[in-house]
Design a protein around this ligand. Structure first.
Ligand code: FES
Ligand code: FES
Length: 158
């Protein structure tokens, strides 16, 4: 068993830790750092529940090792809303359009949409909907998520 010293910035806070080489980023964030919004479902890259943003890109935290994130900047769903609690437009759209029920898939859906819409130009609804092919939702039938996406693509603030 190898152990490694890593340093990452998570939701704006610098964190240092010693992790086993085999520790996944998902377990590191959820269990070691207490970011319980990082949901763990399939643990092999299919369901999308564990999605977080690493250095600006949405990644499956279950498919990445914590040591691979060393030196990186990570955002989890805990870091998406404003400090005063104001929801991010992605969160607000999903809330308003009933894009969630049990909420298990929701942090991953949020992180993918936040990553894709953070640039100056929001991608088309088709692009955002295609990205949802990487997320399994067992509750909503996806229609509320699609409505939220159309709203984001149209540039409407909820
Ligand atoms: S838990 Fe990572 S994709 Fe399912
Ligand atoms: S809201 Fe329950 S799995 Fe998507």
């Amino acid at each position: 068993m190898s152990e490694h010293r890593i340093e990452v910035v998570v939701n704006g806070h610098r964190r240092q830790a010693t992790v086993e080489g085999r520790r996944t980023l998902a377990d590191f964030l959820r269990i070691d750092l207490g970011c319980t919004g990082v949901h763990i479902g399939c643990e092999h890259g299919v369901c999308g529940a564990c999605t977080v943003i690493v250095d600006g890109l949405a990644v499956r935290a279950c498919l990445m090792l914590a040591v691979q994130a060393d030196g990186g900047e990570i955002k989890t769903v805990e870091g998406v809303a404003a400090a005063d609690g104001t929801l991010h437009p992605v969160q607000q759209a999903l809330r308003d359009e009933h894009g969630l029920q049990c909420g298990f898939c929701t942090p991953g859906v949020v992180m993918t949409l936040v990553a894709l819409t953070k640039g100056p130009e929001t991608p088309s609804g088709e692009v955002l909907e295609a990205a949802m092919s990487g997320h399994i939702c067992r509750c909503t039938g996806y229609q509320g998520i699609r409505r939220a996406i159309r709203r984001l693509a149209a540039g409407e603030q909820a």
